[in-house]
Ligand binder design. Structure first.
Ligand SMILES: [Mg+2]
Length: 259
């Protein structure tokens, strides 16, 4: 029996459209005795909303099995004055963080989503404000640094571009709070009381999920759904332990390869 960290976006759905077989796969993995945790870099929905989205797709899970980046941010930034460029929906998750418009100790950059709110959050005015705070000594944090993600209309620019832009402009380096940071993976292992060497990470992102997990000593399965691109596997140096068509093939693959 293994501990399995399951990515969500591109694994169970793309833009909210379910990927076939996800609910059945989760049932089977649980019946096979595996311990599961849903590890997402989603930065635009609360944990309760994300869990509810998955339940609507037929998955059986509790809210507290979902691990989100805003909660990681709340742990890291509790008690600090923070200028947050994040979607309004996750502000409630930033418990204990003092959100301010100026004189910040930290600047926090969240992720983009598919709504027009992204235009407001990452406006020139807000990015220039963030730059000003960084120049005045604030530390730069981000929920993740993803370049893009897969939507039903194709790849969409993610907030990694803004994080990198601010790093460049302010000559600083952002602290990443979500996958593939050590703090994020350690929190997931702790929740499952699991050793990295006995843990599998399953996802569609060869950088964040697969390379990130390997760097932390975990085993990996890459799925050919969501943002999967064959060339990234063929041309790159990252070699997952397994590659399967979709989440629905995962239980069989694990059964054959876990011994
Ligand atoms: Mg994904």
């Amino acid at each position: 029996m293994a501990a399995i960290l399951l990515d969500v976006d591109g694994v169970f759905h793309v833009s909210g459209e379910p990927i076939a077989g996800g609910a059945e796969a989760v049932r089977r993995l649980r019946n096979d005795g595996h311990r599961l945790r849903f590890v997402t870099n989603n930065t635009t929905r609360t944990r309760a909303d994300l869990a509810e989205d998955l339940r609507r797709m037929g998955l059986e899970l509790d809210d507290d099995e979902v691990q989100t980046t805003p909660r990681a941010a709340a742990r890291a930034l509790s008690g600090k004055r923070v200028l947050a460029l994040t979607m309004h929906a996750i502000v409630g998750e930033l418990e204990g963080v003092e959100l301010v418009g100026e004189d910040a100790a930290a600047v926090l950059i969240g992720g983009a989503d598919e709504t027009p709110e992204t235009n407001l959050v990452f406006s020139f005015m807000n990015l220039a404000r963030a730059f000003h705070e960084l120049e005045a000594g604030a530390e730069l944090y981000c929920l993740h640094k993803n370049r893009w993600w897969q939507t039903k209309n194709g790849p969409l620019l993610d907030a990694g571009a803004f994080v990198t832009g601010l790093e460049y402009a302010a000559d600083t380096e952002a602290i990443v709070l979500g996958k593939p940071s050590t703090a994020y993976f350690e929190a997931a292992l702790e929740a499952l009381d699991a050793d990295a060497s006995m843990t599998w990470v399953v996802g569609d992102d060869i950088e964040t999920d697969i390379a990130g997990a390997q760097a932390h000593g975990m085993k990996t399965v890459l799925l050919r759904t969501g943002k999967f691109r064959p060339d990234a596997v063929e041309r790159g140096s990252v070699r997952p332990d397994g590659i399967v068509s979709s989440i629905s093939q995962l239980p069989d693959w694990l059964e054959a390869n876990l011994r």
